[in-house]
Write a protein that binds this ligand. Sequence first.
Ligand code: F6R
Length: 260
Amino acid sequence: MRVIIVDTATEVAQTGGDIFLQQLARKPNSVFGLATGSSPLALYQHLISAHLDQGVSFAGVTTFNLDEYLGLASEHPQSYRFFMQSKLFNHIDIPNSSTHVPDGASKKPTETCRLYEDKIASSGGIDIQLLGIGRNGHIGFNEPSSSLTSRTRVKTLTQATVNDNARFFGEDETQPSLSLTMGIGTIMDSAQIVLIATGESKADAIQATVEGAISASCPASILQMHRNAIVLVDRAAASKLANQEFYTFVEDQRRKLDAQ
Ligand code: F6R
């Protein structure tokens, strides 16, 4: 697991965005796994700028989002499909047919989840997966106690996650407590994983992810078992890591070797 600590949230977005742009340059028909929430917003802006200012094309890219609220149709303003359209897809040249978000309006959610797995497999698998992290260590909507080998399925959100996400919903809007989410096993099948986190509120979760025991109590801790995972954090999110200096030293060494 690489741990990259940068000074600010802006640098997290730039560094994370550049990792995706490098993947795209290597393989124009890459399969991206994407996330919603506050964490990726600035990173998506970085990708949009690369498209608008430098002519970077996403026309060959296929995307799979991690999760969706069960019960919200794609046109619902709080749905993750709506989020992805307004925060990324509508501003780059990716064909709509190449973007996938689990169908929150599905009347057969179990079947929808199975087909989502099939679709990921038939696209050749995810080359690079972006993750945020919940304060309780969740990835996607895999809450603590989720099986570390789970596949895409229906999951119940914890009250803590419902509370954390209440800020996106109006007072008169019903907030779903069920979701469709890629499983932890699905996420772990990605060739590369980039988890981003900013701010002090994520510091405990990042500490448990990087330095804690691998446990379903902190689903993100399974990334310790991945061959190509990066945890990219700002100083505030890194503040509870015991070995911050070592991680920074390792990255310095890496840069020196790359420059040779
Ligand atoms: C969203 C997702 C969630 C979020 C996590 C952090 O697609 O999968 O796991 O990444 O809840 O959310 P923010 O970034 O809003 O703090």
